[in-house]
Design a protein around this ligand. Structure first.
Ligand code: NAP
Length: 242
C-alpha cells in the first residue's frame, strides 16, 4: 500500500447514515468508495462528493463478491486506508412471529457482512501494517423489543470488533465501533408516529441525531488523533444510553 493512500470504503453509503459518513470523510480529505446494493444511488452520492470519489455495486452479504471488490479496489487505489461497515437492514417482528427469513436476512447483512468486509480488508491492512476498521453497531445491541435479530447482530458486531482489535493491533490496524442512537434517516422516518415520538423522549439532548453526527465520530476514529485507540465503542445518541 502506498503510505499516502487515503482511500476508505464505506458500505451502504448511497443514502442515510452512510451518506453522512461519506460526506464528512470526503470533507476531511479522504477518498471515498461507496459500496451499496443500490448502484445508481451509490454513484449519484459519490458524484455529489466530487470526481475523485466512486460508487460501486456490492451486496456485502455476498462473501465472494466482497473479496473480489476489495481486492480490485486495493489494486486500483494502491491500497486501502480503511473500511467503514455501515450497511444494515431491519426486519422487525416480535419473537413469536419472527420468521427464519427475517432472522437470516438481518444476520447476513448486519453481522456476517461485517466479517466478510473486515476479513477482506484485513488482508491488505495487515500487509500495509496500518489501517482502520470502523463498525456501525446500534444502541439496540443491548436488546430491543421486536428486534431479536437486529440486537443479536449488533451485539455480535461488538464482539467481532473487540476480536479484530486484538488480532490486528500488532499490525498497526485499529478496530472500533460506533453505536448510533436515534438518527434521522429513512430507517427511522418509516416508524409509526407514536414510536418516533417515544424514541425522541428517551434522548436527553431532546432531538434526533443527523447522519453527519455519526460521520464526525467515524472521522475521529480514522484520524491521527485516534491512532492509539482501538477496541472501543462510542455511543452517538444525544445521551440516549445514559
Ligand atoms: P438506511 O437509511 O436504510 O440505509 C442503508 C443503506 O444500506 C441503503 O443504501 C441500503 O441500500 C444499503 N444496503 C442494504 N443492504 C445492503 C447490502 N446487502 N449490501 C450493501 N448495501 C446494502 O439505513 P441507516 O439508517 O442509514 O443505517 C445505517 C447503519 O446504521 C445500519 O447499520 C443501521 O443498523 C445503523 N443504525 C441506524 C440507526 C438509525 O437511527 N437510523 C440507529 C442505530 C444504528 P437500499 O437503498 O437498496 O436498501
Amino acid at each position: 500500500m502506498s503510505a499516502t493512500t487515503r482511500t476508505v470504503l464505506v458500505t451502504g453509503a448511497a443514502r442515510g447514515i452512510g451518506a453522512g459518513i461519506a460526506e464528512v470523510l470526503a470533507a476531511r480529505g479522504f477518498t471515498i468508495v461507496i459500496a451499496d446494493v443500490n448502484e445508481d444511488q451509490a454513484r449519484e452520492t459519490a458524484a455529489r462528493l466530487g470526481p475523485e470519489h466512486e460508487g460501486i455495486s456490492l451486496d456485502v452479504a455476498d462473501s465472494a463478491a466482497v473479496d473480489q471488490a476489495i481486492d480490485a479496489l486495493a489494486e486500483r487505489a494502491g491500497g486501502l486506508y480503511g473500511v467503514v461497515n455501515n450497511a444494515g437492514i431491519n426486519r422487525d417482528a416480535m419473537l413469536h412471529k419472527m420468521t427464519d427469513a427475517q432472522w437470516d436476512q438481518v444476520l447476513a447483512v448486519d453481522l456476517s457482512a461485517v466479517f466478510y468486509v473486515s476479513r477482506a480488508a484485513a488482508r491488505h491492512l495487515r500487509e500495509a501494517r496500518r489501517g482502520r476498521i470502523v463498525n456501525i453497531s446500534s444502541a439496540s445491541w443491548e436488546g430491543n423489543i421486536g428486534q431479536a435479530n437486529y440486537a443479536a447482530a449488533k451485539a455480535g458486531v461488538l464482539g467481532l470488533t473487540f476480536t479484530l482489535s486484538k488480532e490486528l493491533a500488532r499490525y498497526g490496524v485499529t478496530a472500533n465501533a460506533i453505536c448510533p442512537g436515534f438518527i434521522e434517516t429513512d430507517m427511522t422516518s418509516a416508524l409509526p408516529e407514536n414510536i418516533y415520538a417515544a424514541q425522541l423522549e428517551k434522548i436527553p439532548l431532546g432531538y434526533a441525531g443527523k447522519p453527519q453526527d455519526v460521520g464526525a465520530a467515524v472521522a475521529y476514529f480514522l484520524s491521527e488523533d485516534a491512532s492509539y485507540i482501538t477496541g472501543q465503542v462510542l455511543e452517538v445518541g444525544g445521551g440516549y444510553q445514559i
